[in-house]
Every structure is written in C-alpha cells, then in structure tokens.
Design a protein around this ligand. Sequence first.
Ligand code: SF4
Length: 375
Amino acid sequence: MSFVEQFKHLNWHDISMSIYAKTAQDVEVALSKPKRNLEDFKALISPAAEPYLEQMAQLSYSATRNRFGNTMSLYIPLYLSNLCANACTYCGFSMENRIKRRTLNKQEVEDEVKAIKQMKFDSVLLVTGEHETKVGMNYFREMVPLIKQQFNYLAMEVQPLNQQDYAELKTLGLDAVMVYQETYNPSTYARHHLRGNKMDFDYRLDTPDRLARAGIDKIGIGALIGLDEWRTDCFYVAAHLEYLERTYWQTRYSISFPRLRPCEGESSNNLLQPKSVMTDKQLVQLICAYRLLNPEVELSLSTRESPMFRDNVLPLGITSMSAASKTQPGGYASDEVELEQFEISDERSAASVESMIRAKGFDPVWRDWHSAYSG
Ligand code: SF4
C-alpha cells in the first residue's frame, strides 16, 4: 500500500483531538520507554508535554550524541532559478509576483560553485522554483553532473519528478531530494496552492515513494509550520516517516521544520499570517519529540531561524544546518540584491557559524554526515 492509500485512512480531526487529549500520564509513559511509537509521539508533542521539556531535551541530547557523536553537518543551498509556474500564497517566487526572473547559465553556476567552495562547503542543496518546461530535466541533465564534480554530496529541492527521472538523476550524481508536503490537510493545501502542478496534492504526497523506488540515498520530508495546526501536521510527518522507513528500509531520511516567515513581493503589504503560531519552546519540544520517536532520523535546521535560537538548540537533536544561505539565484558570486524566496534570519558567514559550532564542542562536517563517516 502506498502512502497515498494509507493516508486515506487517517483523519485530520480525529488525530488532532487525540493529540490534545493526551495527559501527563501518557507523557510519562512515553518518556519511560526505550522505543516509542506514534501514540507516544502524540503525547510528546501535546500541550501535556510542555512541563516535561527539560527531561525531553536531556533524553534527546543523549540519543543524538549516541548516534551522531559531537558532529554537525553543514550544507548550503544553491539557488539555480526563481522561475516558477505555481502560485503558493507564502512564497516570494510565486508566479503571481511580478519580479525579475533569472535562471543561471553554465558560467553563472560555475561562478556560484567557486564562491561556495571558498567557504569550505562540500555538501550542496540545489534549489529552483517549480518550472517544468524551462527548468526541467534538460536543465538538470546539464547542471547536475557539472555541480557534482565539485561536491561530495548533492541534494535537490525542485518540482516533484517521475520515478524514471529520479533514477536518471541518480546516475548523474544526485544523492538526496527534499520534498515537503507543506501541509497534510488537503483543504488547507488547496487554499494555499492556487495555480500550477503543485495543486496536485496526491502527486506530491506520492513523491517520497517514487524517490525511494528510484533508489535515491536520502529523502527529506516536512511540513511548513504555520499553514495549519502544527501539532497535527507534524504528526502526519512522523506517520509518513514511519511508513517510509517500514517500506523502504534501505533509504535514509531527514526531517525539516520550517516555520512560516514573511515573504516579499506584491503581497508584502498583506503578509500571510501563520494560522497556528509555534513558539520557540514548542519548536524545541517538536525537535526533541522527533528524536525520541526516531534515534536515526536526521533533523535539519535552516537559516530561517535566528542565530540565538540555532545556537541554543544545536545540541538537542539537530544533525545538519545550512549556513551563509542566499535565496536569490547568483547570490554568492554577486552582491546584487534581488527578491528572496523568504527572509533569512541567520545571516552569519560560514566561518562564523563554524566558530560557533566549535565553541560548543562540536565538530563541523562540511559534507553529508553519513558520507563523511562511511568513506
Ligand atoms: S514554494 Fe516553490 S512552488 Fe511554491 S511558489 Fe515558491 S518556488 Fe514556486
């Protein structure tokens, strides 16, 4: 059974009610177990777990250090294009925003690669808007091998593709794909995805299945926190992870938890306000809950979060961080400021993030954690 089929048996309202019905006793039972299930996860993200945050943080810290040691993987996003054929209410690249569009050519990509290499990164996340015709397989066929020559680990965050295309990109050097469902509530999803292929909720939901079948090494999943009630959306992410690990055990997985941030563009006077606001403390609770559910999963934190938050939360469960990110294509080789996909909160240089990581007693790893330690 694919996740799309399994998903039909999950009910948003019932899940939400059962999370909010969890008690202190449920939390204590979950904390006392050596191995936890999805019911325990519900307890750990529930309001009833908020008084147990310190204990959760200690357990999460130990579980993370046991599995990942004192290491922190660093990666950098490389924005190749801001063309997009979708209209998402929360994004500066939406086709409805009249902005200057740009897709990097070979020379411009090489310039970006050079600038990134100077910062020491050996792991890169290629990002584009979602434009099938202008930034599709032909473009990826040209750029992926060119970029892979220069980096140990290559991940992508682009439009969902078919299984055959993923298999081909793997032969060209692609290691990982991030594909976030944004929200697992179909009616909320429909309200925020107004035009283009991204309107197809099921095709997107089925993407991790296609990736795993294509043999991609690592798959990143997540929800955009704030589009709908965060606890319920994050439960779905955990259920999706559980399904994927059970079905495709050879694949590695990572989870991201981006919080909705203001975007620029025409809608800037009317910025999308999160439907469900998640506080810093609640994000820490969520990170610890993911770790207590799953000691193996990689947890990734982006520069959307503030330097202070990133520094404080680093030891508790996070295994990889982006740094020095620029979200406009061509942003590393040139200082020209164009429209960004979303506002960066941590604007520190790679060197200063590296110093912070060392000061906390961690070893920065400039490539994917697994590839660094498996040779
Ligand atoms: S979130 Fe992605 S698909 Fe949606 S408008 Fe932005 S770049 Fe396009």
